[in-house]
Design a protein around this ligand. Sequence first.
Ligand SMILES: Nc1ncnc2c1ncn2[C@@H]1O[C@H](COP(=O)(O)OP(=O)(O)O)[C@@H](O)[C@H]1O
Ligand SMILES: [Mg+2]
Length: 349
Amino acid sequence: MSQFANFEFQNWYPLFKHVSPKARVLVAPEQFREYLLSDGLLLHTEESDSETEWNTPETEIQHINKKRATDSAITNSSASDNDNIKNVKNIKNNINDNDSESDSDSVEASSFLKKPPAEFHTLIEQAIAELDGAVMPKLNWSAPRDAAWMLPGNSLKCINANDIYSALKSSDYIVHDLQLQPENVVLVLRQWFDLHPATEFRCFVNNGELIAISQRDMNYYDFLESRSSQIIDACKVLASTIVSKFPENMFVFDIHLTKKDKAFLIDINPWNEKTDSILFTWDELNLENTSTTESAVPELRLVSKEDRTRTFSSKPHSTSQVPADFVDMEKGDLQDLIEQMKAQRAKEA
Ligand SMILES: Nc1ncnc2c1ncn2[C@@H]1O[C@H](COP(=O)(O)OP(=O)(O)O)[C@@H](O)[C@H]1O
Ligand SMILES: [Mg+2]
């Protein structure tokens, strides 16, 4: 499809299976793409297999209304506080209204719903079972990292196909992927493992040479500095494996460092300003394009104690994430929430 095809998961994974977490790649039927792009969130139910396409069980309509109400409040982020209060009230009303299911909104909702394709659903459930019951989903390019809030534990750990649908359908990153990728969509399921953010690093390969390594998580971890040489060595070993087989010589790869100081490949990204350069700048990275020094040591950058202060100023995915408070609106005091948000904004400004 594009010049970036080498960076699609299903294209690089077969080359590096032996150094990457176990995964299954499922070629998605067109109906799955349509399902992901359709409005509302209709999950799979056993009964829905035998139903006509638009006959929606009550609980699903409730789920949809809750999501739609939440969405409409969130997209209105530039509105005044008064408007926000109104929106928040609407959410509450909308959710309460779901008890009387005959409202016209629900009828209207059912007309744009699509359900997940049944055969593909079965393949997903089988793959999850083969991967020991828990997976992290992604498409050709992206994981729905902005939608982890949809799932229990606020992580992308999916234990059934419905978890996967909830995450994918709530993610702006996934919509973006699907818009770029009109065909040959794949659903990647990677076996889940608990991965501490301090063990993740991003490695920059310029002209076939590993020149830079950045810590990925923006928190300070005091133990990382003393492990610098192990981190660099592990990244170098993995870099040489990748360079020997990967068709590009400029790329950025992400690793997880195991307790035994082995680097596992998590992802390969294009050498492109759209790829986050984290603790480096793209200007710095692009300058280092002379491969004169034979055994140059890559530069490792870690978040320092002094950097800590800027750590919390921008949370990842904060632009697309819905605050948990909105989802759990019934319990809270609405005015309180607005006040908290105002105070938070004032602090950030
Ligand atoms: N198998 C897995 N189990 C648990 N977490 C994972 C797994 N694979 C990836 N992750 C986490 O998800 C993040 C994003 O994964 P990645 O494949 O790079 O997606 P994206 O390209 O959208 O960032 C990784 O940095 C890692 O923290
Ligand atoms: Mg990635």
